[in-house]
Write a protein that binds this ligand. Structure first.
Ligand code: NAG
Ligand code: NAG
Ligand code: NAG
Ligand code: NAG
Length: 428
């Protein structure tokens, strides 16, 4: 599986650079009338390739060869020198402006024939125009099933931004995420870029240190609101029915339960409730737990992972072990619930912002975005194998991955929106 993925990506990148004129058409789901470009391109070359300005002070500035934007394909391509010190740069990118978009990197990056490391990503913006872009590097190792993350350090966030502070891209394609989009409610949406939030060293103990306030500030997210692509009315959807949603997991599922119950109450829906089933580890998804839930729940939403790789454990649960545990859960825990006519869903693991323990070296907590992506991918693949629905709320929570004020939980409007969307999905 690994090998064929790599081969495919190599072919793809070759195609891009041999024939840059080849255009991928992206479905226009929003506002097709506004398709005409809002500006004039001076030359044909710039239509195909826009160079994105890089940050000369980043930790890996000498590794970055170019970061290119291909507007006609809504694509970002980063090239890293053959002589790079960061062997496999892992990136997170976000566009900000009228809308926000996280860059979705292709899951396998390649070393091309020149020995350069090439990373390709895609974004979706519902309205074309100028957007700020920020790309950061999180670590220099590409995670794989057999990688032991215990001693893998993150890149120090103090200089992790590889794009210039004011880097922008002129986008020309409209495209939409599946669930919806964050947009700016400000008139001057193009005046301030949205930078990644992180916690500098020492700020966990003393958040009032002068060095903490800028990088840790949460008000940067205040100008944004979320809009669902397809509107729905949960109240109408649940009217005249009854049900109990059980959110399985630790504190993140508890927060989802609280949001759900407050939504249900606010809408005046009578015969629905949410319940938190506190299970911390993947190993806790047992037959006994399922039997207990079968009497109490009509739908079960499982979200695991936080404890398996948290600072509460001495050693993180390896990817291989996590997959083994989840596979057993599919065979016993999930089957027990399905046999009892309970609907079972898994959700993606929530990201944690770059809080201090994640970027200690060696780390004291392993819930960094790269590990979270691996854990979510493992669950997603198992769900596909066992035909169990996997609900990916990344359009809501992934774009705002660095927002949670307490560096862990979506106590805010992002969590509320996720709860609303999950209730909509599981009771539809
Ligand atoms: C790699 O080589 C390029 C020139 O090809 C140079 O600009 C860059 O500084 C070198 N990077 C490192 C990390 O040595
Ligand atoms: C991962 O590495 C750590 C530290 O070297 C080691 O203690 C641990 O046993 C390793 N885990 C696995 C599953 O190999
Ligand atoms: C970024 O743009 C702002 C506003 O135009 C400007 O004040 C600032 O100096 C720029 N920063 C850099 C590093 O160029
Ligand atoms: C709630 O359930 C009761 C009995 O199951 C039913 O009579 C009633 O109509 C339900 N109410 C709503 C609002 O669905």
């Amino acid at each position: 599986m690994k090998g064929s993925g790599r081969a495919k990506r190599t072919a793809l990148v070759t195609v891009i650079f041999v024939s840059v004129a080849l255009k991928t058409s992206i479905t226009n789901t929003l506002n097709p009338a506004a398709r005409a470009p809002l500006y004039e391109h001076p030359t044909a070359d710039e239509i195909l390739h826009q160079k994105i300005e890089t940050n000369k002070k980043s930790h890996i500035a000498a590794d970055v060869k170019t970061i290119i934007h291909i507007p006609s394909e809504a694509k970002i391509v980063a090239h890293f020198h053959r002589n790079r010190s960061c062997s496999h740069p892992q990136l997170i990118g976000r566009l900000s402006g009228l809308f926000l978009s996280k860059v979705k990197w292709e899951d396998r990056n390649v070393v091309n024939t020149n020995g350069e490391y090439v990373v390709v990503g895609h974004y979706n913006v519902p309205s074309p125009g100028k957007y700020f872009i920020e790309v950061i590097v999180t670590m220099c190792t590409q995670l794989d099933m057999d990688v032991n993350v215990t001693n893998i350090c993150m890149v120090d966030p103090a200089n992790h931004r590889i794009t210039h502070l004011n880097a922008t891209v002129d986008t020309e394609i409209e495209s939409a995420n599946e669930i919806g989009v964050w947009f700016s409610k400000m008139k001057n949406y193009n005046s301030t870029p949205l930078y990644t939030r992180y916690q500098p060293p020492g700020c966990l103990n003393d958040p009032r240190l002068a060095s903490c306030t800028g990088p840790s500030d949460v008000t940067r997210f205040d100008p944004y609101e979320f809009k669902f692509l397809r509107s729905f009315s949960l109240k109408e959807q649940l009217y005249g029915k009854a049900g109990r949603a059980c959110f399985v997991g630790a504190s993140h599922s508890r927060v989802l339960t609280q949001h759900s119950n407050s939504i249900i109450k606010k809408l005046g829906i009578n015969n629905f409730t949410a319940y938190h089933q506190d299970l911390r580890f993947a190993a806790s998804l047992t037959q006994v737990a399922a039997e207990e839930m079968a009497n109490r729940c009509t739908r079960v939403v499982v979200g695991m992972g936080q404890w398996d790789v948290s600072r509460a454990v001495r050693r993180p649960t390896s990817f291989v072990e996590y997959e083994k545990l989840l596979n057993e859960a599919m065979l016993v825990f999930v089957k027990t619930l399905l046999d009892a006519n309970v609907g079972v869903y898994f959700r993606n693991m929530h990201y944690n912002p770059l809080y201090e323990f994640l970027h200690y070296c060696p780390p004291r907590d392993w819930r960094n975005p790269n590990v979270v992506d691996m854990y979510s991918m493992i669950v997603k693949h198992l769900c596909e194998n066992y035909d169990v629905p996997f609900i990916d709320t990344s359009d809501i929570t992934g774009v705002m991955w660095d927002r949670h004020a307490d560096w862990g939980h979506f106590e805010d409007v992002s969590g509320e929106l996720e709860a609303l969307y999950l209730l909509h999905r599981i009771f539809s």
